[in-house]
Each structure stands twice: as structure tokens, then as C-alpha cells.
Ligand binder design. Structure first.
Ligand SMILES: [Zn+2]
Length: 196
């Protein structure tokens, strides 16, 4: 039973059966057929085992590479594998932590971005208001300049005579007898008593 059956053995048995020397031809052919099937099954299982072995080896190597715990395992693959798997579990925990942190940071970032946007909106609003008052100021200055341009000093008539002993200049805009600076100019210069 322990001896392997070779192709030559089978050929010999087949020859014996065909000559009717041993068991019935069909019985032996049946046995041979079953033996072939069994051999195929064994081969398939061997292939599956090889594949699994390759996968397990790869996974073990991946676990070692991921954890960096190479020093716990020797060249033959023997060593403290339970420590390696624990290390892998720790890595998974760290990854989950990191993912939660990333979520938190993402939320914070979004909140910051939102308040930044709000600040920018407020700034633009204020800028609009500032521009408005600035425009009004510039416009007011131009108006004042135009009013101011209508008034200018000119030498007063009869200055130094009894008719006009003191008034050196009149306002050309306001007319003769209106001392320079006239009320308009003094009002523009901020004199509160200009109209008096
Ligand atoms: Zn005047």
C-alpha cells in the first residue's frame, strides 16, 4: 500500500486485465479511474494549500512591515507572533484615532472658514460705509472750494482817508464796503461768529 503506483505499473496491470489474467477488466479500469480522480483532488488541495501558505506568508510579512517588529521574528518565521498581532491591533486603534482627529480638524477648519467669510462680509460692509462718508467729504470740500473761489480780496477804496481809515481790503465777491475776509470766508474757516 505504501509503494507509489507508477504509469508503468498501470500499463502492466492494464495488459494483465486485458489478457484476463487478474481481476475483471471493468473492475480494474474503475479502480484506475478512481485513483486518477483521487490524484487530481490531492493535487488541487495541494495547490490550495500552497496558495494559502503564500497568502499567510504575505500577510505575516505585511504585519511585520506595518508594525516594524521584525526583531521579534527570526529568519525561519518563528517568534512572538502574538506581540506582532497586538502591535497591528494598536496600529488599527491609532488609525481610528487619527481619523477622528482628522474629522475634528476638518470641522474646526470649516468653522474657521465660515467665521472668516463672515468677517470678510462685515469688512466689505464697513468698507462700503467708509467709502460713502469719504465720498461725501471729498464732495463737500469741492463745494467749499467753489464757494471760496467766488470771494477774494481787493484793495479797498479810500483806504487811509477819513472815508475809510482802517479797511485795507474789500471782498471782490461780496462787493465794496464788505471787509475782507468777508463773512462767507470766515464761516468757511470755521468762525462761529461769521454771520454776526
Ligand atoms: Zn465775500
Amino acid at each position: 500500500m505504501t509503494k507509489e503506483i507508477t504509469i508503468d505499473d498501470l500499463k502492466m496491470y492494464r495488459a494483465l486485465v486485458e489478457t484476463g489474467s487478474v481481476l475483471g477488466k471493468n473492475t480494474v479500469l474503475n479502480i484506475i479511474s478512481h485513483a486518477g480522480e483521487a490524484a487530481e483532488t490531492i493535487l488541487r488541495k495541494q495547490n490550495a494549500i500552497d496558495t494559502l501558505d503564500r497568502i499567510i506568508t504575505q500577510q505575516c510579512q505585511a504585519a511585520l512591515d506595518a508594525t516594524g517588529l521584525h526583531h521579534l521574528i527570526d529568519e525561519d518565521g518563528d517568534g512572538d507572533w502574538s506581540a506582532v498581532w497586538e502591535g497591528l491591533q494598536e496600529l488599527a486603534d491609532q488609525k481610528r484615532h487619527a481619523e477622528r482627529n482628522a474629522d475634528t480638524y476638518q470641522k474646526l477648519y470649516e468653522q474657521r472658514a465660515e467665521s472668516l467669510e463672515q468677517a470678510e462680509r462685515e469688512r466689505d460692509e464697513w468698507r462700503g460705509k467708509y467709502d460713502e462718508s469719504e465720498t461725501a467729504r471729498i464732495f463737500g470740500e469741492a463745494q467749499q472750494e467753489r464757494v471760496r473761489a467766488l470771494h477774494s480780496p481787493e484793495p479797498a477804496r479810500y483806504y487811509g482817508t477819513d472815508l475809510n481809515p482802517n479797511r485795507q481790503h474789500d471782498c471782490a465777491g461780496c462787493g465794496e464796503g464788505w471787509a475782507w475776509p468777508c463773512g462767507t470766508i470766515r464761516a468757511l474757516d470755521g468762525d462761529p461768529n461769521a454771520a454776526v
